[in-house]
Structures are given as structure tokens and as C-alpha cells.
Design a protein around this ligand. Sequence first.
Ligand code: ATP
Length: 514
Amino acid sequence: MNQEELFKRLVSHCKEYGYVFQSSEIYDGLSAVYDYGPYGVELKNNIKKYWWDSMVLLHEQVVGLDSAIFMHPTVWKASGHVDAFNDPLIDNKDSKKRYRADVLIEEHLEKIDNKIEKEIVKARKRFGETFDEPLFKETNPRVKKYNDQRQQLHERYQKAMELPDLKELRQIILDYEIVCPISGSRNWTEVRQFNLMFATEVGSTAESAMKVFLRPETAQGIYVNFLNVQKSGRMKIPFGIAQIGKAFRNEIVARQFIFRMREFEQMEMQFFVKPGEELKWFEYWKNIRMNWHQALGFGADMYRFHDHDKLAHYANAATDIEFRFPFGFKEVEGIHSRTDFDLKMHQEYSGRKIQYFDPDDNTSYTPYVIETSIGVDRMFLQIISASLKEEEAPTAEGGVAMRTVLKLPPALAPVKLAVFPLVRKDGLPAIARKIISDLKFDFYCQYDEKDSIGKRYRRHDAIGTPYCVTVDHQTPVDDTVTLRNRDTMVQERVKIAALKEIIADKVSVISLLK
Ligand code: ATP
């Protein structure tokens, strides 16, 4: 299966097993909006708990907040979103498809990177152990040519984005002969700026109505509450405020399933520090966040940092944590050193003093901010795409058959334990129900008595249930059941009384946090 087919398979798996549905599907859907089904909502809640606990429980100096989606419209003027939260868009006149000009150019840069990488892989194979990569990069004529091309394009692109110069962005697309992936043509319109914020009105009459925005990020709710939280909690700098909530962006190009949505959820933490200490804390949070991702066990090679070339007007350092999705390495989380920009702007626009008095050295200052910002939905996609596997499995008859298994980290799996009576008689269902009622306060269990045991295993493999228990005719005799592990498919006979101890630790979020 190629990557595109794999991705299609993932989308249909999510629908078939109640993870993700297209919004308003019976009306043919609403573009880039999705609903989470019974298993989807469990996985989403587990992701949020994993994040929240790692931020708030494990960091004494991080506290939570739940600010409203609607905010005073001046918030978005002060933050710069009204004037500058734009994407440069361009249309292809033949396919009538709309693209982000910056994304088209970045994809072209990526293509050059891939060419360089291919040359390196080829050479490594040829030279074996004696291969000297830095020397090869410096001296190989083809790699040098690609590197020069990349650097030239990159410099032009960076400059055009900084200004921003929309004519130049279009010219770059023409000069580098970037084509529309659908029509294959270079018949492009002009580049235009497009503001991503959704607006609506608050108020009962047309005259008194006030235009408000649906927040495009949760961070501003934290900044405007900085003093409330600091004073009510008597917080001392450095400290952080964490928040999970919905955000809305009228994305131009909304493809790739839940990767880019118009309504999505963010988990953001703003960490307030003394000016001058921000880069130290930037490094600190970079490490913490990368460890959080890698604790899921998908492999360190699935992640990389991507430092920003073009810093936003408010940032003095920024990096993304990228994950290897079926469609390439893409951002899942941004870590930004946002200076004192936001608090200063809110101070200016509100006319209220937003400063921190430092009792240690009797000074007042506007704190600097390190932000960690991750999308719940992108994290969800990361987990599903790394977990969904097709593999050969032995059958009861001694042969092999393909099985579809969602190898979710047990701590994030929606159902932790499925309990099956071997048959629907002989008192076995009652024992199975009793096991569930004893364990349901510890983790999410499900009862299943339909179809053969083999089919029930397959169903729970596809859902991602890490453990299945079968109650058979030996159970009433000696209080034992078979416990089957999703990944190894090994079945062991264990005492019912031991189930909780065997499973609880492995399926608890605490196992990840440790
Ligand atoms: P991108 O470059 O992909 O548009 P961004 O740099 O605009 O993302 P941020 O503003 O840094 O994203 O938002 C922080 C996080 O929120 C992102 O890393 C991502 O996980 C998530 N996110 C942002 N936009 C969307 C979206 N439209 N749909 C789903 N998640 C999103």
C-alpha cells in the first residue's frame, strides 16, 4: 500500500470503528469540520488528560484556566490578529483549486531536500563504512547544485514573507515552475491576503450588535487573565498557565482529514519568566515537550525539531515539533519565545498596567513568555497514524491471516479491557459481568458476547483494546480466566483477583508520566 492508500485506509478505519465522522454527514458534510464518535471522544479525553496531568500535576508552578471563546474585540486588535492573521492565497485558474502560496513554496523546498537526501542514501550504500557525509555534501557536484538552488529559493522566500511582498511570492512560484498538483498547470492568479478569523455578532438588536471573533488561538485568554491568575493564586515568576479549548480558523486549504480543520482544539501553556531568562526556559520546555511525545513509544525517529526561519513579529525564538505523518513530516506542536509582546500590547490597548512586582529584587517588569501550543486533533491523528497496522497473525486452525490492529499506547486506548464469556450459557456471562462491575471504577471495560472469540479479538484489535479476558468453563472451577495481550497475542491463564494488578498500571496515564 502506498502512503496515499494508507491514509485513505486510516480515514475509513476511523469512521468504521466510531472514532471520527464527517460533520453533518447526512447533508453531505461541512468541509474541514469533524465529529468524534464513541471511541474517538475517549481517545481525545485521554490525550487531554495526558497533557493536562503532565503540565499541571507534574509542574507545581503551572496552574489551569478555562477562558471563554468570545472575547472583547479589542483583544484581537491588540494581539495583531485583526491586521496580520492572514495567509497568502493563490488560485489555479484551470483546476479552480485554492492554495497557500507559502505552502506551495515550502513544498518545493522539501522536494529539493528530498533530492539531496536521496543522493546521500545512494552514496552511503556505495561507500559503506568509509562514507564521510559532511565531505560528500561539500564536494559532490549534484548535491552542491541542489544546495545552492535551495539556498537561493529560501532567501527569496524568506524576504518575501517578511515584508510581505505578495507579487514576489507569485513570481517565485512562476520562476520555480511550481505547478498545481491537480491540473499540472502554471496558470496562477495573483496572490491575495486572507484573514483567517471567523466573525459573528453579539447583541439583540442590529444597532447595538457588536462584531466579535471566534478565537483563533486560546493563548489570548491566558494573557488577558495574567494578573487575575497571578494575584488570586499569589503566583511567583516563573509560573505557567495551561488551558485546553476550542479554536477556529477559516483555513484556506482544508485537506488531510483532521490535520487542518476549521474548528479544532488546542492545548496551550504560557510560561511567564523574567526578561533575559526566556531562552533558558525555551530550551527547558523544548526538552520537556519532546520527551512527552516520545514517551508514547512510537520511536524517536518519528519526530524532529524544525526551527523557524521566519520568526513571527512577536517572537525571538521558535521551533516546531514535527511528526512523520503518512504525508511527510508536519508540525504537531509549536514552541515559541513570545517576548513581552502580548502583555505589552494588552497594557497599551486596555490602559491597565500589566506588570509583575518581583519581591526578590524589588523591581516591576513585564514578564516574557514561553508558549507551548499543540493541537489535540493533530495529536489524535499522530497517534492513530502511528498505531494502525496490518499484519499477519496466526489463526486458530494453524494458518495465518491478516489482522488490522490499532496499537494505541495502552494508557490512551479508549477501552482498556474487553471481557468475553466463551458461550452465552452455563453461568459464564454472569461471571464476565461481575468482572466488569468489579473493575469499572479503575478503567473502561466492555462486555462482548457476540460472534466467535476469534471475531471478538479482531474487533477489539481494530478498536485498539490492549487486553481481552475470556471466561470459559474452567473459570467457575478455579476462578481463572485467559488474558490476551493485543500486541503479542499471547494468552495466559490468570486469577480473576490478579487482573486489576496486572492491568491497572499499564493502562494508567501515570505509566506515561513516569
Ligand atoms: P500551520 O502552520 O500548520 O497552519 P500554525 O503554525 O498556524 O500551524 P499554531 O498557530 O502554532 O499553528 O498553532 C499551534 C498548534 O495548533 C499547531 O501546532 C497545531 O497542532 C494546531 N493547529 C493549528 N491550526 C490547526 C488547524 N487548522 N487544525 C487543527 N490543528 C491546528
